[in-house]
Design a protein around this ligand. Structure first.
Ligand SMILES: Cc1cc2nc3c(=O)[nH]c(=O)nc-3n(C[C@H](O)[C@H](O)[C@H](O)COP(=O)(O)OP(=O)(O)OC[C@H]3O[C@@H](n4cnc5c(N)ncnc54)[C@H](O)[C@@H]3O)c2cc1C
Length: 419
């Protein structure tokens, strides 16, 4: 009878649990004797899954073309290409479907369980882990790792426990302890910075307007010493500044540069996303010429709310009672500037409650993306957010956690001579 293989998974979050299930399924299918243990430092498994997507869990994104999917990763785009060719969003949908969990997609492409509850996803994982005999061990903080002479890896847990494993997966998310474990075994990490945050801005044009949204704004972020970052899409005014999909994406692309300037920057907002000067001129001149006898407060671009327009007039110092015919060239230029090229000072960042990730982590050059095994320490694997990979908002972060977990799960068992 072949010897039992011991597999240790550090981190009972999205990626670690997914990896453990895949690993167990492979072992069961090949009749390999394994002892799979998931060591979770806290008292609860899948904590982030539970609170994800505002409690609904945005499982993945409805883009089934791998090249297009990869475009949504500010870091890890190139490296994820091959993993996604093996397990992508369509495979996630099928994986859950086969286990009785149906996913749906919304107009913006985000995919959720049809129940709109992250508990559905957690229940599914817990049942699969149980069915496959995975040992889920909570309150087990892995404090250090040591490579042994026989190639195995020893885990030191809490203050007095240890476990020797043939393969170890580090799936510790963005916890600093996880990076330390990897450094223990010779790995390097890139600079860590928060990603997916909203901007604090104080400006007359935003006053009293929380909840006002723009469907197709164009944004340019100017940060000292960096090239400008651009993004287009839905934008939202909040109590403290700006948020919405386009702004969150911008925060992800510029995560490191923003941290370097302590979140001070300038953002140029084109509220209607009309980028050609000619089209912008035409829009305002048409309104002006067609409404000579109407007050400027009562005739404005269709895609704006009246409240926003009035606020824009306040910022321009133009009375809403004035007729359009009385608007001077200078005033028209001022409206033009604030509508299509509105420069605002970013004063800081705020947390986006629906999704939050860190950029930075294990240097991707040190990982073999065909297996997720370390190139530095054989027998050590990585998956999920612990790596220097992060996606924009919309389900991309979980997809990278599922995919890398699935691939690690495929390769952590030694198959040679065991089948
Ligand atoms: C509020 C919020 C909402 C989000 N919503 C979404 C969403 O809807 N869609 C999406 O795609 N992404 C979402 N994300 C991002 C997503 O949750 C993460 O990208 C994903 O959970 C990463 O998975 P992971 O397994 O790598 O890490 P995690 O899920 O963070 O799991 C890591 C686990 O490792 C444990 N651990 C750490 N160190 C040790 C140690 N030394 N020993 C033992 N255990 C350890 C931790 O306690 C944790 O349970 C959200 C994030 C947040 C914070």
């Amino acid at each position: 009878m072949p010897k039992q293989q011991c597999i240790a998974i550090i981190g009972g979050g999205a990626s670690g649990i997914f990896a453990s299930i895949r690993c167990a399924e492979i072992a069961n299918a090949k009749k390999i004797n394994v002892d799979i243990r998931v060591f979770e430092a806290s008292s609860k498994f899948l904590k982030k899954v539970r609170i994800s997507g505002g409690g609904r869990c945005n499982v993945t994104h409805h883009i089934f073309e791998v090249n297009d999917f990869c475009l949504n990763y500010p870091r890890g785009r190139k490296e994820l290409l091959s993993p996604f060719q093996n397990f992508q969003a369509a495979d996630t949908v099928e994986w859950f479907e086969k286990r009785g969990v149906e996913l749906k997609y919304e107009a913006d492409g985000r995919m959720f369980p049809v129940t709109d509850s992250s508990e559905t996803i957690i229940d599914c994982f817990m049942q699969e882990a149980d069915k496959n005999g995975i040992k889920l061990l909570n309150k087990m903080n892995v404090k250090s790792l040591k490579k042994l002479d026989d190639g195995k890896i020893s885990l030191f847990i809490n203050d007095d426990e240890s476990f020797i494993a043939d393969s170890v997966l580090i799936a510790t998310g963005s916890m600093p302890g996880g990076y330390r474990l990897a450094r223990n075994l010779g790995h390097s990490t890139t600079e860590i910075a928060p990603s997916l945050f909203t901007f604090k801005i104080k400006d007359a044009i935003l006053e009293n307007l929380p909840g006002t949204s723009f469907s197709q704004a164009a944004l340019t972020l100017k940060i000292d010493g960096a090239k400008p970052f651009e993004e287009k899409g839905p934008l939202l005014i909040t109590h403290w500044g700006l948020s919405g999909p386009a702004l969150l994406k911008l925060s992800a692309w510029a995560a490191r540069e923003m941290m370097h300037t302590n979140y001070k920057a300038k953002i140029i907002v084109n509220w209607l996303g009309i980028e050609h000067q000619e089209a912008a001129d035409k829009l305002l001149n048409t309104i002006k010429n067609n409404n000579t006898k109407t007050s400027v407060g009562n005739a404005y671009p269709n895609d704006l709310t009246k409240r926003f327009w009035l606020q824009l007039l306040i910022k321009c110092g133009i009375s809403k009672e004035k007729n359009w015919s009385e608007i001077s060239k200078k005033e028209l230029n001022l409206i033009m500037k604030n509508l299509f090229c509105c420069e605002l000072d970013v004063l800081g960042k705020s947390r986006f409650k629906e999704e939050f990730v860190e950029c930075g982590g294990i240097d991707l050059k040190e990982i073999n993306f065909k297996t997720m095994e370390s190139k530095v320490c054989p027998g050590l694997y990585f998956s999920g957010e612990v790596m220097d990979i992060d996606g924009i908002t919309g389900g991309f972060n979980f997809q990278s956690a599922w995919t890398s977990g699935w691939i690690a799960g495929n390769h952590m068992i030694h198959l040679r001579g065991e089948a």
